[in-house]
Design a protein around this ligand. Structure first.
Ligand code: DOR
Ligand code: ZN
Length: 416
């Protein structure tokens, strides 16, 4: 047995304790444990690794923006030990053969555990996609997305996905409410993709909630939360919708779908998150190359990177006293693991030993050039974050003090 010792969050408070690990799983959690290898992190926090249920690693097809290696490395350095990767890679993962090809392309290259989404397009044969971890539907167009429109198609896929028992994550922006217009600013972008588009899309999903496990991606405003609360659907919000808004001077670097909204929206969403009202934190890590973002507002692609900064910036909010650790660990670790059927997200006997060690005294400033994503920039430049000092993936120490200390330990998670 190996042992990791430090301050753990147990029974609602931080206390010194030990985690016993065998064959990648947690076998004991006790005040005192003796093991063959003993990692004593003293007063540092030992937390469950975050599970990010929404990333775009661009592999295959757009590896100049990111690939599975760089994206998963960025996750590792942000304390994210498992990611679920979206299907809008190239070619889009909307059939069994492309899914199989993508699985082969990424196998053996990840620093963290991962699962793959399959996209649902009008002709997708759902019963042939058993190798995916979950499904994704785009109700409104976004970067390289394949749209699913029409009530009949939506009914069909909801019925068939319901029969598989897998989750369907939905990009909830209603296509017919998106406006084509000349855009020069974040305010224009927000106007072109109004909140009504998000609300309408969520309303379209309500009839299916009894039969299908629906997860609504990246909600951008409190009105969406009001529709979703108590609906039986899970939902995500992102660090950028809680920390950035359209009044900020970000230009195309802040262009993302759904758009950043008003300052009041952002503050209300963050406050709701801090009250524990949002199911999951998801970064929607969507890297684009700097030259693509510099094309001029209208032409710049939508999407911002964030897998390395999401959990770590939220930990900084915990340190500052704005957010409780309990709420964060629920939204960033336990809830995504539970929602997507992963044996992760908690320090408890039987769970996989994905652990993140954080020194709460070591607040750092986010700098794009120090992050590990290939894209090399961040919309959170200059913000505070608590980056991990060490990360274990299923019991293997993968990163310590900024150095990689194991061969890529990541593997595909068992299909739900
Ligand atoms: O802003 C976005 N970027 N929204 C999406 O839905 C897709 C993503 C991307 O892949 O770049
Ligand atoms: Zn996305």
């Amino acid at each position: 047995m190996d042992v990791v010792e430090g301050r753990l969050f147990l029974e609602g408070r931080l206390q010194k304790a030990c985690v016993g690990i065998e064959e990648g799983r947690i076998v004991k959690v006790k005040k005192v444990l003796r093991g063959e290898e003993h990692h004593d992190f003293g007063e540092m926090l030992v937390l469950p690794g975050a599970v990010d249920p929404h990333v775009h690693f661009r592999d295959p097809g757009q590896t100049h923006k990111e690939d599975f290696s760089s994206g998963s490395l960025s996750a590792l350095f942000g304390g994210v030990t498992c990611v679920l990767d979206m299907p809008n890679t190239l070619p889009p993962v909307i059939d069994a053969q492309t899914l199989e090809e993508k699985r082969l392309v990424v196998a053996g290259r990840s620093w963290v555990d991962y699962g793959l989404f399959a996209g649902l397009a009008p002709r997708t044969k759902i019963e042939s996609m058993s190798a995916c971890h979950a499904f994704k539907v785009f109700l409104g167009s976004s970067t390289h997305s394949v749209l699913l429109q029409g009530d009949d198609e939506l009914k069909r896929v909801m019925r068939e996905v319901g029969a598989t028992g897998k989750v369907v994550s939905v990009h909830a922006e209603e296509e017919r409410l998106l406006r084509r217009m000349d855009e020069h600013s974040l305010r224009d972008h927000e106007e072109s993709r109004p909140r009504e588009a998000e609300l309408e899309a969520i309303k379209r999903l309500l009839p299916f909630r009894g039969t299908t496990r629906i997860n609504v991606c990246h909600i951008s405003c409190l009105e969406s939360l009001s529709l979703l609360r108590g609906s039986g659907m899970t939902f995500e919000t992102t660090p950028h919708h809680m920390l950035l808004d359209s009044s900020m001077d970000l230009g195309a670097w802040g262009k993302v779908n759904p758009p950043l909204r008003r300052r009041a929206d952002r503050e209300a969403l963050l406050a709701a998150f801090c009250r524990g009202e949002v199911t999951m934190l998801a970064t929607d890590h969507a890297p684009h190359a700097p030259e693509e973002k510099e094309r001029g507002f209208g032409e710049a692609p939508s999407g911002v990177p964030g897998v390395e900064t999401g959990f770590s910036m939220m930990l900084a909010l915990v340190k500052r006293g704005h957010l409780s650790l309990d709420v964060l660990l629920q939204a960033a670790c336990a809830a995504p693991a539970r929602t997507f059927g992963l044996n992760k997200g908690e320090i408890a006997v039987g769970r996989e030993a994905d652990l993140v060690v954080v020194d709460p005294r070591e607040m750092r400033t986010v700098k794009g050039r120090e992050l590990h994503s290939r894209c090399g920039w961040t919309p959170f430049e200059g913000r505070e974050a608590l980056f991990p000092r060490a990360v274990f993936v299923r019991g293997t120490l993968a990163m310590e003090e900024g150095s990689l200390v194991a061969e890529r330990p990541g593997r595909e998670v068992p299909h739900a």
